[in-house]
Design a binder for this molecule. Structure first.
Ligand code: AMP
Ligand code: MG
Length: 311
């Protein structure tokens, strides 16, 4: 059910949840200070209790409401990347609910770059907002995806299609050396440039220890997702769907082929929608041309991460 911003503020204030657009994906917003609302969020998503939530702020000024021992680097990064798709993990204040952080002594925060989200947060205070999908499903990048998962159960603010299409970069600043727990459209190189220090990309084992959410299977369509191999041949039928970026695999003009011409930002923005529409069309396998060699887009690391987790 589509709601107005005024209705959304009322729902949040009375302890309910509302789906809101951000520049990454739609989030299921709830009052970060209301335990019942947080519990409701986990229940609605079917989200494992040990998977902490990101708290969304309307400005960097709210950082001190939630975090303590904040390093100067966090303010530098905020100045450079906020509002935007960079989530920072910082030492949490005692007042932050354990349910939000899944009992961790850190809290993840970001300021989203979307006028509707910013308006809602500035009127209702910091909001938790995990992706507004059933746990395990691809994140919603359009209001239709929310109704696909929930029917009319979840009120939503309509912001059309989200711009980036995959979730934020999660950077742990609570320990040195800083590490990326989840890649996103803000790359390691862009962060290193602002900080002039080296940051690492956490290994899968490290990520799943420090960022429980990364441990779970995610982003999965019903169809099987596979990387295309060099000697695979394109089959033009109703069972196989192909996502290509080069001219290595021929033919390129068929209803079951999406050729995104090497525009990786475009692929990111439509990836989850493609997963869902391929399912609607009844495709059994989604083949994706490997993108590991392409380095000139900051989003490729995140794309490889999400596609690998969908396999
Ligand atoms: P989602 O909101 O569904 O995009 O998932 C949030 C992501 O942020 C998950 O991968 C969580 O593990 C991660 N996250 C949230 N809070 C923390 C935290 N305090 N420490 C580390 N990772 C976190
Ligand atoms: Mg999610």
């Amino acid at each position: 059910m589509k709601v107005t911003i005024k209705q959304a503020i009322e729902i949040i204030k009375s302890g309910g949840v509302v789906a809101m657009p951000t520049e990454t994906v739609y989030g299921l917003a709830a009052d970060a200070a209301n335990l019942r609302a947080i519990q409701k969020t986990f229940k609605i998503k079917g989200r494992p209790q040990d998977n902490p939530l990101i708290v969304h702020l309307s400005s960097v000024d709210q950082l001190t409401m939630l975090a303590k021992d904040i390093p100067e680097d966090a303010f530098k990064l905020a100045e450079h990347f906020w509002p935007g798709p960079l989530t920072m993990v910082l030492k949490k204040k005692e007042t932050v609910l354990d349910a939000v952080t899944a009992g961790l002594d850190t809290v993840a925060v970001r300021v989203p770059d979307h006028p509707i989200a910013l308006e809602l947060i500035s009127q209702s205070g910091p909001l938790t907002a995990p992706s507004a999908n059933l746990s395990g499903k691809p994140s919603p990048t359009k209001p239709e995806h929310i109704t696909e998962d929930y029917g009319n159960k979840i009120p939503f603010l309509d912001g059309g299609s989200t711009k980036i299409g995959i979730e934020s970069t999660v950077l742990d600043l609570s320990l040195k050396p800083y590490s990326i727990l989840r890649p996103g459209s803000v790359s390691k190189e862009e962060i290193s440039e602002v900080l002039t220090t080296d940051i690492s990309i956490a290994s899968d084992t490290d990520s799943s220890k420090k960022s429980p959410g990364t441990r779970y299977s995610h982003y999965k369509p019903k169809a099987t997702v596979k990387w295309l191999e060099n000697n695979d041949v394109i089959i033009q039928d109703n069972n196989n769907f192909y996502i290509l970026h080069s001219d290595k695999f021929l033919p390129v003009d068929s209803a079951n082929i999406l050729h995104f011409q090497g525009d990786f930002n475009h692929l990111a923005s439509v990836l989850y929608d493609l997963f869902r529409t391929a399912d609607h069309s009844g495709y059994k396998t989604i083949w994706i041309e490997p993108i590991s060699e392409v380095k000139n887009y900051s989003i490729t690391e995140a794309l490889i991460n999400r596609i690998s987790k969908a396999i």
